[in-house]
Ligand binder design. Sequence first.
Ligand code: SF4
Length: 384
Amino acid sequence: MSGIYIHIPFCKQACHYCDFHFSTSMKKKEEMVLAIAKEIQMRKSEFSFLDSARSDNKIETIYFGGGTPSVLTSEEINFLIETVYSNYAVIENPEITLEANPDDLSSERIIELSKSKINRLSIGIQSFFEDDLQLMNRAHNSAEAKKCLEEATKYFDNISLDLIYGIPRMSNEKWKQNIETALSFGIPHISSYALTVEPKTALNKLIQTGKIAAPKDEVAQEHFAILVETLEANDFIHYELSNFGKENYFSKNNSAYWLGKKYIGIGPSAHSYDGISRSWNVSNNSLYIKSIQENKLPNETEILTTADRYNEYIMTGLRTIWGVSLDRINTEFGSEYLEYLNKQAQKFLSDDLVFIENNILKPTPKGKFLTDGIASDLFYLNLE
Ligand code: SF4
């Protein structure tokens, strides 16, 4: 199993909270598409796991993320998909996801996309309320959010939408309405995140200068509890801390990542993982294009230590429904790591924040919201 992630580093406007890599200038869009296609080609022999002679080593998922991949034309998207197909072995029905924003999803565009190989849409709704969208500086409005879902559900069965909670001035009632509105479209997958304030964002500046109130942890915690309760009552499975899917609709791309599978990241700022090392491309559009044009991959690589791999497994394992297998800790990382984990987990076990069942460590309902903090306390810090 392996996947290809393609980062499209352009957005129409900058959302106040975002610290992803993107540019709001589209000047280099065409050059970028050509450079991305070339990188797809250049890296085809890089990973031995992409061996077309072995049926279990085919590409199973292709994921267009960003940025806003829906700013590409359908021709550009199809061109990149075909470039993957002509350079890699791909399984028969791969999951091919396009992250898209409502303002790019007119009825015509949705029909066009439904005729392409894209078979999953991940739509950045964030909120159905106008004041929230304005506060976050989203490029779409509430009417566009609803209209695009009405249309998209006619042509796509596999749709995910993103919602943000913990937004200043968002009451519990308003948050419930957002979830109910999302559910009314019958979509099978929801990703939902707390609004976080990253250091170099406009949101941080607006908070520092007193123009916007800072999001409160207690509010986010209440919203999270409402989210879990409402979605579970509507047959969604809470399979990753921020992700809920109906049966058979978990994101295959993201699940593979959380299960520690290998993947190739193409495009500026994209990360790759080959089971031993992690590499990441330069987060600069001009430098990326220049380097690819000179036939040089613009990336840096680090070999992961056992402690890095253990820490990563703790983080992703605790966040997912699959939990952290103590047997796997023992066989893959050794008894020293297992002893360490048992010792570190004691306080969380006695506070009823985690539990062990069938030798699998998982957060309790009470511990779920605190998962990231618990995981970092279980990290192994004695570097090799
Ligand atoms: S559209 Fe997405 S990637 Fe672009 S600025 Fe907004 S949140 Fe960030």
